[in-house]
Design a protein around this ligand. Structure first.
Ligand SMILES: [Mg+2]
Length: 353
């Protein structure tokens, strides 16, 4: 059986959930964002995107581009509720699912007689149950599925073989491919590689000289749309976190600790509400120069008690002792029940926050 993987992605998820409960805003540019001076856009509706507004853009800049945009504060409870409905339908379609976030998942369609029909049906079911539109990409690996689902948003439905993906995106910049960021793209450009076709044709040995023996050949493989053909089937969300970016950088340990406890309190309340506990507690610290550091510790027994989580988070922060003012702070609890790690990893575990 050949590998067939689909990537499903809800279109403008947060903004679409908001529009469902505020139909009077339909057709208007909507931006979901906090409103502090450092707030960033979490999602923009397609009407706002026409003005050049995009995710992760500073909200102030977004409002300069699109002064008539309606600013809506994020309501993660509502997004989580919508996500649960979507993911239940996703899991009802196939056994093997890799959930990538609240609104994104990979599905292994390998066992299905008619993968396209199954995905069309899923999109219809999601629309009927939630009112949300989704885009779908289908291909022989995760990379192709992901790029295909992005290619014709909103309501895209794109099926590609590897050869078709190479041909279709040949003239696109390497940044189109997930995993190739701005810095890497700049370094490729120095080598004269400005398109995916050029990347695919590049000498892996040459790129190894510039990017190292692992990343060099990996980049060429990405350019050729070679990617993972199996899913990491995580059956439940494995972690939950809270973080905030401060309006003004914080340098004092007492204030940092107070902010950390506030985040731990919010996080634990959320965990308690969903009856989730975890054994790994992590912090994320971003300094004013954008250095981002994570520290984690795994304890013997799962917890969602703010006393435990707050205390361990505070210890981790004290041990790290931020050398510069702090711009962003986050707390995470991971390793939920049912996704236990082997005992060998109980001592200390660094995990991406
Ligand atoms: Mg999405």
């Amino acid at each position: 059986m050949p590998t067939v993987i689909a990537h499903l992605d809800i279109d403008a998820f947060y903004a679409s959930v908001e529009l469902l409960r505020r139909p009077e805003l339909r057709g208007r540019p909507v931006i979901v964002s906090g409103d502090g001076p450092r707030a960033v856009v979490t999602t923009a509706s397609y009407e706002a995107r026409k003005f050049g507004v995009g995710s992760a853009m500073p909200t102030r800049r977004a409002l300069r581009l699109c002064p008539d945009a309606v600013l809506i504060p994020p309501d993660f409870g509502a997004y989580r509720a919508a996500s649960e409905v979507v993911m239940r339908l996703v899991r009802g379609t196939v056994d093997e699912v890799e959930v990538m976030g609240l609104d994104e998942a990979y599905l292994d369609l390998g066992g299905l007689l008619s993968p396209r029909a199954a995905m069309r049906r899923l999109v219809t079911e999601i629309r009927a149950a939630t009112g949300l539109d989704a885009s779908v990409g289908i291909g022989p690996n995760k990379l192709i599925a992901k790029v295909a689902s992005d290619a014709e948003k909103p309501r895209g439905f794109v099926v590609l073989t590897r050869e078709q993906a190479c041909a279709r995106f040949a003239g696109h910049p390497p940044r189109l491919v997930p995993g190739i960021g701005g810095k890497t793209a700049e370094r490729l450009e120095v080598l004269g590689i400005t398109t995916l076709a050029a990347l695919a044709a590049a000498d892996p040995g040459l790129l190894a000289e510039h990017f190292g023996p692992r990343q060099g050949p990996w980049l060429v493989a990405r350019g050729r749309f070679e990617g993972e053909e199996s899913l990491q089937a995580v059956r439940e969300a494995v972690s939950e976190s809270r973080e905030s970016t401060f309006d003004v950088d914080i340098a004092g340990p007492a204030e940092l600790d107070a902010q950390l406890q506030r985040l731990a309190d919010q996080l634990c309340r959320g965990l308690q509400k969903h009856d989730r506990t975890g054994r790994t507690i992590a912090i994320k610290v971003r300094l004013d120069d954008w250095t981002t550091v994570t520290r984690a510790r795994t304890i013997a027994h799962p917890t969602n008690a703010v006393e435990h989580v707050g205390q361990i988070a505070a210890e981790l922060l004290r041990e790290y002792a931020p050398p510069r003012p702090v711009r962003l702070l986050g707390v995470r609890v991971a390793s939920f029940g049912g996704v236990e790690e082997p005992p060998a990893q109980t001592a200390q575990l660094a995990l991406p926050v």
